[in-house]
Design a protein around this ligand. Structure first.
Ligand code: PMP
Ligand code: GLN
Length: 381
């Protein structure tokens, strides 16, 4: 077995979902939404399944979907993309991330990750022969640590991963941070892998903005999206990467030897979805914002402080709010087994030491389950 995977074990999402199922716990751990699939998207998938075709679609993705991705980038973010040369369809954002690292890293290249970092990044970087370098962000507001970031850049640094809005912290970057990052890319000749799967899931009237829209960063960014998040269908695994042709061509080379292509009926349905009117996208964010508030208010009533959350599916809580000095992994297991509520320990997103223990709660769930989870925690405390 490759030692990389021997070290990894099973992911924290799988571990906590299994534990939740074993103990009948309400699953506020793994980040998947409940009861939010848009009926028109499902209908489009059914119609495309009936109509076919069912054979390998073009390696780069169906032209209709690549055009829809480009049209959506223009409509929401004012970003002009050539759908023929600057958009690639992948098997979820996960494959897009792997393709980017496989294609663009040379052995020993360093990639900066902002911690806490989504679990795929370090493993996919190492699998591609790269070296992840963590730069820690600090709660409660997880501001970009500009000094630490500058200090982490060395002669082998090739790329930085920017996850905005950010899992697990719920951080939404601001324009000042984006301007700093664009300047940093330019100054040090770096590329940015921009994981923007939560692009439409932002709250309190705040909006996302792709780093790629900054002129300095346009040719240095690979922007990744996911239909799983935009249409609440995480099992579909339809993702997209957009980048200038020079960066995208090698990524497409990697894609041809990873999955080669993506189910055609799902691509057709996602192309329909990206054309939904604006009310769909604002409704999606409003639904999630209401669920965030339901969970945050309920925890606050129990005396549990939650950290600010500007986007994503996730709220973070310091483990010390439940038990002073608690280790977050042990606490997450106790909460699952004893209280019947599963969460994710932030240590699952940690590369190096020094991070304070936190739990991540996913609020993209049935409101009745959120209320029941608050009751269960209240009884357990
Ligand atoms: N990036 C982030 C930050 C995620 O949270 C996830 C999964 N929820 C992914 C990538 C993977 O997305 P997909 O399911 O489209 O592969
Ligand atoms: N991205 C999801 C989360 O953060 C989980 C994806 C997975 O289970 N690998 O919870």
């Amino acid at each position: 077995m490759n030692p990389l995977y021997r070290q990894c074990g099973v992911t924290v999402f799988e571990e906590m979902s299994r534990l939740a199922a074993e103990h009948g716990a309400i699953n506020l751990g793994q980040g998947f939404p409940v009861g939010m699939e848009p009926p028109a998207l499902i209908e489009a998938a059914v119609a495309a399944t009936r109509a076919g075709p069912h054979q390998y679609p073009p390696m780069l993705g169906l032209p209709a979907l690549r055009e829809a991705v480009a049209a959506s980038a223009r409509r929401f973010w004012g970003l002009e993309l050539d759908p023929g040369r600057e958009v690639l369809i992948t098997s979820g954002a996960s494959e897009a991330l792997c393709d980017c690292f496989l294609a663009l890293l040379e052995p020993g290249d360093e990639v900066i990750l902002l911690e806490p970092a989504y679990d795929v990044y370090p493993v996919a970087i190492r699998a591609a022969g790269g070296v992840p370098v963590g730069v820690r962000l600090d709660p409660p507001d997880w501001r970009l640590p500009r000094q630490r970031l500058r200090a982490a850049i060395g002669p082998r640094t090739r790329a930085i991963v920017i996850n905005d809005p950010m899992n697990p912290t719920g951080k939404l970057f601001d324009d000042d941070e984006r301007a700093f990052l664009a300047d940093l890319l330019d100054r040090h000749d770096l590329i940015a892998v921009c994981d923007e799967v939560y692009e439409h899931l932002t709250f309190d009237g705040r909006r996302h903005r792709p780093l790629m829209t900054l002129p300095q960063a346009r040719r240095r960014c690979l922007r990744i999206g996911s239909a799983g998040k935009t249409f609440s269908v995480t099992g579909w695994k339809v993702g997209y990467v957009s980048a200038c042709a020079e960066l995208l061509a090698p990524v497409a080379r990697a894609h041809q030897f990873v999955t080669f292509t993506v189910p055609p009926m799902l691509q057709q349905a996602v192309a329909v979805g990206l054309g939904f009117d604006a009310a769909y996208f604002t409704g999606l964010a409003a639904t999630l914002e209401a669920r965030r508030d339901l969970l945050a208010d309920g925890l606050a009533r129990l005396g549990i402080p939650v950290l600010p959350c500007g986007g994503t599916y996730f709220l973070c809580v310091p483990a010390a709010a439940f038990a002073p000095g608690a280790d977050d992994r042990a606490l997450a297991r106790r909460l699952t087994v004893e209280a019947g509520v599963a969460t994710i320990p932030l240590s699952g997103f940690q590369l190096g030491p020094g991070m304070e223990p936190h739990l991540r709660f996913c609020f993209a769930k049935d409101p009745a389950d959120l209320t029941a989870a608050i009751d269960r925690i209240g009884r357990w405390l």
